[in-house]
Design a protein around this ligand. Structure first.
Ligand SMILES: [Zn+2]
Length: 504
């Protein structure tokens, strides 16, 4: 059976080849320019691969759209980009290049690399360079497919609650886990080609935390940096690939908690890059003058988790009190765990001794084994309680921080920017936080446009934005704890996006 993604690719290719262009595609040919500037912090220890700010400027006679991608964790609030970055960049672009602030889209890849201090200046330089080298372009859009490199990081537990996969704490025991959430294998792709057929730029959108790291431990743009390099190296000279992070809030790289092999973003990034290149081969560009940008500011409700904090504090107390006295300590437990794991029936000595005791009417070893097994179970139960306490404590700290910040904000709502952009068949909406993958799937499903994509981490950062359903689990996982929003945010955002998509 042909899957939806593949069908969409074929449909778009077919339209590009045999279909007549829509009437509004007869507008003047678009012009575009692209540039990239290194923003690696050279004073922050060893460098594995460079971080970049990349700028794409697309213009017709009436409209200018600027797409900026930054290899950084977020646009302000956390990490190394300061809160005044976006306003500084925008006001300078307006003053010196006449570009309206509302038409500037800045997306953070969410890699955890360390950028230089003057990233705002270098961002301006990248846009200026792109804007001063505009050439006529043909545009094309489509989708690629990649499902090997990522996994949903929220684990559904037998208890009905959810936990998540982090290095900040231990996972629940395997037998408590009954399932995981969805992923979005779609790569949204926009290509801009020069009139002579050479590629100028590729914009691609995918949902996954780029946090795998590299074996050297050096500064890295992580898997999306490697993906962009694979794309750039395999297209026309000078092609620039701009990665737009999608709804990756609850999506991790596959094997993120591996302890047997050095964790390496490069093979994952290469797979993403190759899958994007494969999609590009199916996408024909054409003279399509449709270019639109819509900017909206919406107020989203802030959370009040005071009651949940009190409930979690008593859960924490109950967990502490459930720790039981054990005869064993780590030094005596570990060798027992190995012996009882290797030789279930005769852990304490060779089997013949158990037989000899039985023949003599004794059961000394069997009794010792029974006692050790009780002690080991108590010790393991304590370990699981300790692991649960690490999760509770970490997520409780996040709830307390955001509860304090929300109280200090002096407003029950937070204003956020939402952008809608159309370039030819490529339609994109944005959000300034970590949307989880279900929201991206929902927006795509409900959109009237076939090639609709969603970029989180754009034009600001308001932490995680889990779905209302995920927020029933407040305090259980990072996404629902590292969050300032009340569950009602989701409907407001999705309604706004639905209206915005109609206008694109
Ligand atoms: Zn994140």
């Amino acid at each position: 059976m042909m899957n939806a993604t593949r069908f969409r690719t074929l449909l778009i290719t077919a339209c590009a080849v045999v279909g007549s262009p829509p009437s509004d595609a007869l507008a003047a040919r678009l012009r575009a320019g692209v540039a990239k500037v290194d923003i690696t912090n050279t004073g922050a220890g060893p460098i594995n691969d460079p971080l970049f700010v990349k700028a794409l400027v697309i213009k017709d006679d009436a409209t200018t759209v600027v797409v900026v991608t930054v290899d950084a964790v977020a646009i302000g609030e956390i990490g190394h980009i300061r809160n005044d970055y976006l306003s500084k960049v925008r006001s300078r672009l307006e003053k010196e290049l006449g570009i309206k602030p509302q038409s500037v889209l800045v997306n953070a890849s969410h890699c955890h690399g360390v950028v230089c201090a003057d990233v705002d200046e270098r961002t301006f330089q990248a846009v200026k360079q792109a804007a001063s080298h505009l050439v006529p372009v043909n545009v094309g859009a489509g989708v690629g497919h990649e499902n090997r490199i990522m996994e949903n990081r929220r684990l559904r537990l037998k208890s009905g609650k959810e936990a998540d996969v982090r290095h900040a704490y231990a996972l629940p025991p395997d037998e408590e886990v009954v399932g995981t959430g969805p992923v979005d294998p779609e790569i949204g792709v926009l290509r801009l080609d020069r009139e002579d057929g050479r590629t100028l730029a590729v914009v691609y959108n995918f949902a996954c935390h780029p946090i795998m790291g590299v074996p050297s431990g050096g500064n890295t743009a992580d898997l999306t940096g490697f993906a962009s390099k694979a794309i750039e190296d395999n297209l026309s000279d000078g092609t620039i690939a701009l990665f737009l992070q999608g709804c990756g809030g609850d999506v991790n790289p596959a094997l993120y908690k591996d302890v047997d092999n050095p964790r390496n973003a490069e093979p994952l990034g290469n797979l993403l890059g190759l899958s994007t290149l494969r999609a590009l081969k199916t996408i024909r560009s054409k003279d399509d003058g449709r270019l639109k940008v819509i900017h909206e500011t919406i107020a989203l409700p802030r959370a009040d988790v005071a009651k949940r904090i009190i409930a979690m504090e008593s859960e924490q107390q109950a967990l502490l009190q459930s720790l039981q006295g054990t005869s064993l300590n780590l030094k005596t437990f570990l060798p027992l765990a190995v012996k009882y794991g290797v030789s279930g029936d005769y852990p304490s000595y060779y089997s013949h001794r158990y037989m000899s005791e039985k023949a003599a009417g004794r059961d000394d070893l069997t009794r010792l084994d029974a006692e050790n097994r009780v002690n080991m179970k108590q010790y393991v139960d304590n370990i699981h309680i300790m692991e649960q306490l690490t999760r509770t404590q970490t997520n409780l700290a996040l709830l307390r921080k955001h509860q304090a910040d929300n109280a200090a904000a002096g407003s029950k709502t937070v204003d956020v920017e939402v952008l809608g952009v159309r370039v030819g068949d490529f339609v994109l909406v944005t959000f300034p936080g970590e949307l989880t993958v279900q929201t991206g799937l929902d927006v795509k499903q409900a959109s009237p446009h076939d090639l609709t994509f969603v970029a989180g981490y754009t034009n600001g950062y308001i932490y995680y934005a889990p779905t209302a359903e995920q927020l029933k689990n407040v305090g259980g996982a990072q996404e629902d704890s590292d969050c300032i929003l009340a569950p009602e945010w989701q409907k407001i955002y999705e309604d706004t996006v639905a209206e915005l998509l109609k206008k694109l």
